[in-house]
Structure formats: structure tokens, C-alpha cells
Design a protein around this ligand. Structure first.
Ligand code: PDD
Length: 276
């Protein structure tokens, strides 16, 4: 399968310089875009977020997002990808290793590849479990940067407990999960952390909020505590490709009646109908 390297589609090859700032500092931004039926989902939203992440880090995208979008579509076609993901990252480029930015004319390095991946319909239907982990990330979680060590450590904790996710809390407040957003349902209404610097504003999260509006379901974008989560009627996580996964148990606490909830199922069905 081919990769995108800057603006060329080429054989997948080891082209990363050891002084690439993405490699040495995690100094760059990324996106993961779902592909269904050969079509990238919500590409416009992903490109907008990429642009915003880059701007917040004062990273100059070498080409317009319209051009990146074109190149990614070409890549999907070249690879004949039907169902899977596109991984795209832009690093601040290559320069002699100094923490401060390299000279302004240093071009950013854009890399993308595709991966075949089947959707996890079984887990989506049956639900899974999660663990709690302290959110020890920096205070700009709204930027989709390559720096993911706290997320890696949290997800590993989940995997070692056979859980699908680690739900993060900053003190008492539930923020999001290691690689997804978190929703809870209480008294027929949904709750999710507001889109501020403490979470990544997921594209899936935004779509769910929009769908709930159409379904006449109330979504409260407000903070809630660990205790609220454990006492919720339903909990689910959302992210690209993972879509919506009901969480039936968090650590030792069973959520609701331990089965995927009615509202979760309703939202999942509405989400699925987007690409069927
Ligand atoms: N992760 N929060 C975090 C910390 C994430 O890493 C992700 C996505 C999300 C959900 O965002 P979206 O709905 O736009 O995918 C929320 C991607 C999939 C990843 O790192 O693999």
C-alpha cells in the first residue's frame, strides 16, 4: 500500500529523518479519518480541526487543507481502501535538534497512510468495560498533537484489564477517555464535558450532539464527576472508527443494568444510518 509524503504518493518507505521534530519532540499535529465504502467521513471537519491544531501550535501547514484533502482522496483511491482509516500527521519539519522552533523557512513534513480496519460491530452492539485513570495531560488537550504519552499509559492500563478504554478524570471531573470522548445518560438526558482546553472536541462527539438534536434528546455540555459517572444510567465512548461503544462497567461498578442502554442504542443506530 502507498503513502503520502508531502505532496507525492509513493511506496511506503522509511523516509523519516532522525531530526524530524515529530520524532524527537512530538512536535506536530495529526488526524485519524474514517473511511466507509471508499469514502472518507467528515473530511471537511477533520481538515478544519487540523488547521486549528496547527494554528494553535504556530505550525505552518505547507499546503492548503483543500490540497491535503485532495491528496488524501487520491491516496484512498490508489490504495483501493474500502473500509478503514487514514492516518495523517504534519510535523514541524527537520532541523538541528533545538527545543525552540527551527528557522521559519523549514518546511513542515506531511505524512499519511491508510489502514484497512473492519468496524467493531460486535463490541458496539454488546458493549465493553472501562477503567478510570487520572488525567495527567497538559492543559491544551483541545489540540490534536503527536504528544500522546499520557494517553498511551492510560490505554495500556485499560488493555491490561481487558477494558476498551481508560476514562480520564482530572481530580473529580470526568474529562474524556484516552482516545475517545465520553457521554453519560442520566434521567433521559445526555451529559458530556464541554469543548474547552481539557478535552479534544471529537468529530464523532459533535456529530452525536447534532444527531441528538434531531432525535429530540437533550445534551448537556457540562462537567460531571466520577461519582455521577458511576451512578449514570448509561455511559458510552465515541471516536473515529470506534464509533460508539456502550460502557457497561467502570472498574468494579456496573453501569445501569449492565446492558447497552436504550438511548445509547438509539444514538448508535442514528450514527450507523449516516453511512448505510
Ligand atoms: N483519537 N479524545 C481523544 C483524546 C482522542 O484521541 C480522540 C480520537 C477523540 C475522538 O475524536 P474523533 O471523534 O474526532 O475521532 C477524543 C483518534 C481516533 C486516535 O488518536 O486514534
Amino acid at each position: 500500500s502507498k503513502m503520502l509524503y508531502n505532496d507525492r504518493i509513493m511506496e511506503r518507505d522509511n523516509l523519516i529523518d532522525i531530526e524530524d521534530r515529530g520524532y524527537q519532540f512530538g512536535d506536530g499535529v495529526y488526524e485519524v479519518i474514517g473511511v466507509y465504502d471508499g469514502r472518507p467521513m467528515m473530511m471537511g471537519e477533520h481538515m478544519e480541526r487540523l488547521e486549528r491544531s496547527a494554528r494553535e501550535l504556530r505550525l505552518m501547514l505547507p499546503v492548503s487543507t483543500a490540497e491535503i484533502k485532495n491528496n488524501l482522496e487520491k491516496l484512498v483511491e490508489t490504495n483501493g481502501l474500502e473500509e478503514g482509516i487514514i492516518y495523517l500527521q504534519v510535523s514541524r519539519g527537520v532541523g538541528s535538534r533545538e527545543h525552540a522552533f527551527p528557522s521559519p523557512e523549514t518546511p513542515a513534513v506531511t505524512v499519511a497512510y491508510t489502514r484497512e480496519e473492519k468496524r467493531e460491530s460486535d463490541v458496539e452492539d454488546q458493549g465493553s468495560t472501562a477503567v478510570l485513570a487520572e488525567d495527567i495531560r497538559w492543559l491544551r488537550c483541545d489540540i490534536k498533537t503527536l504528544n500522546l504519552l499520557p494517553n498511551v499509559m492510560a490505554k495500556q492500563k485499560a488493555v491490561e484489564k481487558n477494558a476498551v478504554e481508560a476514562i480520564l478524570h482530572r481530580g473529580d471531573i470526568i474529562t474524556e477517555a484516552s482516545a475517545s470522548n465520553v457521554f453519560m445518560v442520566k434521567g433521559g438526558e445526555l451529559y458530556t464535558h464541554p469543548a474547552n482546553n481539557y478535552i479534544l472536541n471529537g468529530i464523532t462527539r459533535r456529530k452525536i450532539i447534532q444527531l441528538c438534536d434531531e432525535l429530540d434528546l437533550e445534551v448537556n455540555e457540562q462537567t460531571y464527576t466520577v461519582k455521577d459517572l458511576l451512578n449514570a444510567d448509561e455511559v458510552f465512548v465515541s471516536a473515529t472508527k470506534l464509533d460508539i461503544i456502550p460502557i457497561l462497567q467502570v472498574d468494579d461498578h456496573v453501569i445501569g443494568d449492565g446492558k447497552p442502554g436504550v438511548i445509547t442504542k438509539q444514538v448508535l443506530q442514528a450514527f450507523r444510518s449516516l453511512y448505510q
